[in-house]
Ligand binder design. Structure first.
Ligand code: FAD
Length: 378
């Protein structure tokens, strides 16, 4: 006898969503706005992992060329999100510089921006003299730069609570402390968690870096590797850096937020793994990150670092997100692991919701098909 099936359900809904980060919340909002009943499960508090601890960049210039259209579509959602959620999200779209400090980096910057422009990026190349005139706070020996008015940022600590209020007002039931331990599929979906069993017609996996673990519960192997990204925040300083700054090699992101603090990131790796649940700072790596930040913006040098932290980001083998049906399961869907998933999350979650609702999402998703690397028998 199947004991799980004999237990009473702790909840039943059209769609069960596993993972309450930005992907899961946008999926929940899309489904609930269309009238579906939704239960959103999270192993801890919602909005406590990557979606909460990220650096807030809404970068377009730092995306792979083929992801530029998706980033701009996601920006279409960001542009109206404050009104939709009725909240100040700390959203600024005041552009960004992408800089190169060596000749090799300058060559790379030139190659990549040409391709990105072909995909719809609005950007211009700046000579060192033009950059000095526009942004005298960037190091004078910067070799090359591009400027795009399309970059920006938002505050993750403001976005999360506003999204939560919105989805709850739409009737989504959020269950926290519900770590998924097993999933059974057929004829309906049964999700067994530490907070009881939940039944649904469909399952949406939006569990970020943990998504492979959930897929494996259904016998599907989805390759996801782990980045343990670090971010640091400085003490507040006089407003100087009026837009985001990124780097030709993807190793720096920088912005000065409303209170004058500067947020410094760039994908430098901390220490930890999903298995040991560690997310610790690697001080040797952090020093490189901070030195590079000061090299690019010398005015940062006197500022104290108030805090550094790390968080998990799931990475796919080709750095394109997963979005689509889980192979071998018509009623199980997956959206996870976008490089720059805070920027892309609103679109990815919305498209996942549209796929569940209509089978015809409003944007093409074939390149994100989870089947591209999976074998259906984990
Ligand atoms: C330090 C850092 C800095 C970053 N900076 C930026 C940036 O500046 N700009 C940008 O665009 N992107 C950035 N990113 C990437 C971005 O934050 C992520 O791509 C995005 O937030 C992923 O959202 P998600 O909803 O897929 O995952 P998450 O926010 O990680 O949410 C997944 C959820 O699933 C839950 N879960 C996992 N396993 C289970 C289980 N078994 N049962 C129930 N629930 C489960 C987790 O508790 C979690 O709440 C950064 C990432 C990090 C870590």
């Amino acid at each position: 006898m199947n004991t799980a099936k004999a237990r009473t359900a702790a909840g039943q809904a059209d769609t069960i969503i596993v993972g309450g980060g930005i992907f899961g919340l946008f999926c929940a909002m899309t489904l609930a706005e269309a009238g579906k009943s939704v239960i959103l499960l999270d192993k801890g508090r919602i909005w406590a992992e990557a979606s909460a601890v990220n650096a807030g960049s809404l970068g377009v210039q730092n995306k792979l060329p083929a992801l530029i259209p998706y980033t701009l579509w996601s920006w279409d959602i960001w542009n109206t999100l404050s009104d939709r959620l009725g909240a100040d999200l700390g959203l600024r779209r005041n552009g960004g510089y992408k800089i190169a400090m060596t000749e090799d980096e300058a060559a790379r910057l030139g190659r990549v921006v040409s391709e990105q422009i072909d995909y719809g990026l609005d950007a211009q190349r700046l000579s060192p003299a033009a950059l000095r005139a526009q942004a005298p706070w960037i190091a004078p020996d910067c070799m090359a730069a591009t400027w795009s008015p399309q970059d920006g940022y938002a505050s993750p600590t403001r976005v999360g609570p506003a999204l939560r209020r919105k989805v709850e007002s739409l009737g989504v039931r959020i269950v926290e402390g519900a770590a998924v331990a097993a999933v059974e599929n057929g004829p309906d979906i049964r999700v067994l968690t530490t907070a009881g069993d939940f039944h649904g017609t469909e399952l949406a996996i939006t569990a970020g870096a943990w998504s492979a673990t959930i897929a494996a519960m259904l016998g599907v192997k989805i390759p996801i590797s782990l980045d343990v990204n670090m971010v640091s925040v400085t003490e507040p300083a006089r407003p100087t850096i009026e837009c985001i700054v990124t780097h030709a090699r993807g190793i720096l992101t920088l912005k000065q937020v409303a209170n004058g603090s500067c947020l410094i990131g760039g994908g430098w790796q901390g220490i930890g793994s999903i298995g040991d649940s560690r997310k610790d700072i690697d001080h040797d790596q952090l020093v490189h990150n901070l030195r590079l930040a000061m090299r690019v913006i010398p005015g940062l040098a006197p500022l104290n670092i108030l805090r550094s932290w790390a968080g998990y980001e799931g990475v796919t083998p080709d750095s394109y997100p997963y979005l689509g049906r889980l192979p071998g399961h018509d009623n199980v869907y997956l959206a996870a692991c976008a490089r720059g998933g805070f920027t892309l999350g609103p679109l990815m979650g919305t498209l996942l919701g549209e796929l569940i609702l209509t089978d015809r999402p409003s944007r093409p998703i074939t390149i994100f098909d989870p089947a591209r690397f999976s074998n259906a028998a984990a």
